[in-house]
Design a protein around this ligand. Structure first.
Ligand code: NAD
Length: 294
């Protein structure tokens, strides 16, 4: 079998186009231009690249981007003061604090200080609780993007056996909640799971969010399953260079799975698209409008 390759880049591009159309309609009908504030503390090169691509995506969608670049020695009190200002700023509908933060800053305290209505990363406990109880919530972007990709193959996920490897607050747990809301039978596997291979082999939908290069082998995959690889791992490549691989052995997965996401070009582009989707959703919610249709 040769699996269908799920082209996250193309799907994200289409989603971004739809978000731009919905944002233009919001501006025309209600005079609201969604705005995203991105806060970066320090100069971690990977974070800088990521923040730049988020700002670009926001601008391309016809939204406003407010970048706040602070020095690495910024105090916790100063960062909290900035968040307070952004919480009060009516032109800012989404606030995103790029992680990791320097060691003098308590990340949980900072993330919990963001207005839950502007928490486009969906990390605030209020949003986690709303998601878990089926209420309107801002949901973490990577899980949302992963489910959208799975639904391009299986438009209804109802009744499918879904296995999520990884139980982090930013990927594994919210992903499991989303799949439950889609009526999947969900198993969350993690570092203490027994017989991980056998657990994975039961999955119609397999999501790998671990951070271990190519851990999921071909014989872990049920023939015909949809495999969504969330992992991003940098490994040594040819000629002293490095390359990116996922948590799934892509070559082996192609032989067994029904569909699989590549790394790069799978979940990654969807995460950025879902940041702007959440900014649009936050702007609509702040004006008491229904969920935007994209
Ligand atoms: P994390 O380190 O917070 O969590 C990893 C999880 O994997 C843990 O819950 C742990 O229990 C589980 N785990 C560790 N070793 C395991 C093992 N041997 N067997 C089974 N489970 C094991 O990581 P995270 O933030 O959830 O990210 C996971 C991966 O997804 C990373 O590679 C990260 O770079 C990637 N990621 C990608 C995107 C994207 O946009 N594509 C976004 C976020 C994270």
């Amino acid at each position: 079998m040769t699996a269908t390759i799920i082209d996250g880049k193309a799907i994200a591009q289409e989603l971004r186009g739809n978000i731009a159309k919905a944002a233009a309609q919001l501006a025309k009908e209600h005079g609201i231009v969604p705005g995203l504030a991105v806060v970066l503390v320090g100069n971690d090169p990977a974070s800088e690249v990521y923040v730049k691509s988020k700002s670009k995506a926001v601008t391309e969608a016809g939204m406003k981007s407010f970048d706040h670049k602070l020095p690495a020695d910024t105090s916790q009190a100063d960062l909290l003061k900035l968040i307070e200002q952004l919480n009060a700023d009516k032109s800012v509908h989404g606030i995103l604090v790029q992680l990791p933060l320097p060691s003098q800053i308590d990340s949980t305290l900072v993330l919990n200080s963001i207005d839950p209505g502007k928490d486009v990363d969906g990390f605030h406990p209020v949003n986690a609780g709303r998601l878990a109880t089926g209420q309107r919530a801002l949901v973490p972007c990577t899980p949302v993007g992963s489910v959208i990709l799975a639904k391009t193959i299986n438009p209804s996920l109802a009744g499918l056996d879904a296995v999520v490897i990884g139980r982090s607050n930013i990927v594994g747990k919210p992903l499991a909640q989303l799949l439950l809301a889609e009526n999947c039978t969900v198993t969350i596997a993690h570092s203490k799971t027994k017989d991980l291979k056998e657990v994975c082999r039961r999955a119609d939908l397999l999501f790998a969010a671990v951070g271990r290069p190519e851990m999921v082998r071909g014989d872990w995959i049920k023939p015909g399953a949809t495999v969504i690889d969330v992992g991003i791992n940098r490994v040594p490549g040819e000629g002293g260079k490095t390359r990116l691989v996922g948590d799934v052995n892509y070559k082996e997965a192609l032989e067994v799975a029904g569909a699989v996401t590549p790394v790069p070009g799978g979940v990654g582009p969807m995460t950025i698209a879902c940041v702007i989707l959440n900014t649009l959703r936050a702007a609509c919610a702040s004006a008491g409008l229904p969920e935007p249709k994209v």
